[in-house]
Design a protein around this ligand. Structure first.
Ligand SMILES: *[C@@H]1O[C@H](CO)[C@@H](O)[C@H](O)[C@H]1NC(C)=O
Ligand SMILES: *[C@@H]1O[C@H](CO)[C@@H](O)[C@H](O)[C@H]1NC(C)=O
Ligand SMILES: *[C@@H]1O[C@H](CO)[C@@H](O)[C@H](O)[C@H]1NC(C)=O
Length: 333
């Protein structure tokens, strides 16, 4: 009896020692992996993924707890702004203006640019990085999706449509297109499961998305890509989710009819000087890629930090406010 017991004790001791050695080895391996084998950018990605885990916990939404008219009593959506950039490392002037509008009017905790690149480049990017808010802006490396549920994606625009949904499902927060200008704080919408610009008799606009990562609409929208139609420009991004998901169940979202500025505001932006733009909107889609044919007679074809100083249209006021702190025309000496 005594004999067996002491063998048992010896056995336990050996097992314990082996366990300790195993734990130490595992620890060293993990540590070495994190700090030596991975390139720097992945360390940033790890940090952002941990950040995603921390964001706003694991709420489970239902008709019983989520109300699309009053929302929750306190914010449930993180104040983080997301952009998606595919196949372009040079930040252009319009994206620069968009980020400046976010910094000034939204004051987010972070801005994350999800890109199939590791770094952004160009003078506007350098200017952002050297500014006092540079530390808020991160580039997160992503792969460009090539297929969705086995079907080949037909354009980089459809890829970006899908990435924004994936980003929202991972992080939650505020997604905006690279040519969306934030007019004033979007904080009032951080209390809703999901908020979207949806003008009367039109499809939803996917240029501004605000919501919790567990929002029911996001999963349904992603799943609806089983019906992906490669040849239809705005079918999966707008028409199908509007007709098949929100048509039957509009209470899944807090609907903003005009104030997200996702309808066509090109005449106001580039044809007129409308001084009340900051009263009527929370955000405005600048439709920058479409300006050339929508306003063919405009004198300026490509905006920059010089010609914007004397551009006497609504967009001139908007850009000057976030670049120079004034809506006034600036004499160009
Ligand atoms: C929406 O469409 C309906 C029916 O086609 C029409 O009666 C209504 O006036 C439209 N509303 C707007 C704001 O265009
Ligand atoms: C809320 O959902 C209802 C349907 O239950 C819909 O009729 C209404 O337009 C929605 N309101 C807002 C502000 O989104
Ligand atoms: C800008 O346009 C407004 C209205 O069209 C006009 O009244 C104003 O004089 C213009 N300002 C300049 C500096 O050209």
């Amino acid at each position: 009896m005594y004999y067996t017991l002491s063998i048992g004790k010896k056995y336990i001791k050996i097992v314990c020692i082996l366990c300790v050695i195993l734990v130490i080895t595992l620890f060293i391996h993990t540590f070495a992996d994190k700090h030596h084998n991975k390139p720097h950018v992945n360390a940033i990605d790890d940090h952002l993924d941990t950040f995603a885990d921390q964001l706003s916990g694991d709420l489970v939404f239902s008709d019983a707890n989520s109300d699309n008219i009053t929302g929750f009593k306190t914010p449930i959506v993180p104040n983080v702004v997301h952009y998606v950039v595919l196949d372009n490392v040079y930040m252009d002037f319009i994206h620069f203006v968009s980020i400046k509008s976010v910094l000034r009017h939204q004051k987010p905790q972070k801005i994350i640019i999800h890109c199939n690149c590791h770094h952004m480049k160009g003078k506007y990017w350098s200017q952002l990085m050297s500014g006092s808010d540079g530390h808020l802006i991160h580039v997160r490396h992503i792969q460009k999706p090539v297929t969705i549920f086995g079907k080949k994606l037909s354009s980089v625009y459809h890829m970006a449509d899908i990435v924004r949904i994936q980003v929202m499902i991972t992080f939650g927060g505020i997604f905006i297109d690279n040519d969306v200008y934030v007019v004033k704080s979007l904080d009032p919408f951080l209390r809703f499961e999901f908020t979207i610009g949806w003008p009367p008799n039109e499809s939803i606009g996917n240029q501004v998305l605000i919501g919790h990562k567990n929002a029911r609409f996001l999963k349904l929208w992603y799943e609806s890509y089983h019906k992906y139609r490669p040849t239809r420009w705005y079918y999966n991004a707008g028409q199908l989710p509007t007709s098949d998901i929100l048509g039957p169940k509009p209470s899944l979202v807090h609907r903003v009819s005009h104030a997200f500025g996702v309808h066509n505001l090109v005449p106001m932006l580039y044809n007129d000087l409308y001084p009340f733009w900051d009263n009527n909107f929370f955000a405005i889609h600048l439709l920058a890629r479409h300006k050339s044919y929508l306003v063919p007679n405009d004198m300026i074809t490509t905006f920059n930090e010089h010609n914007i100083k004397t551009y006497n249209k609504t967009f001139g006021q908007m850009a000057r406010l976030v670049l120079f702190g004034t809506t006034d025309i600036i004499a160009d000496h």
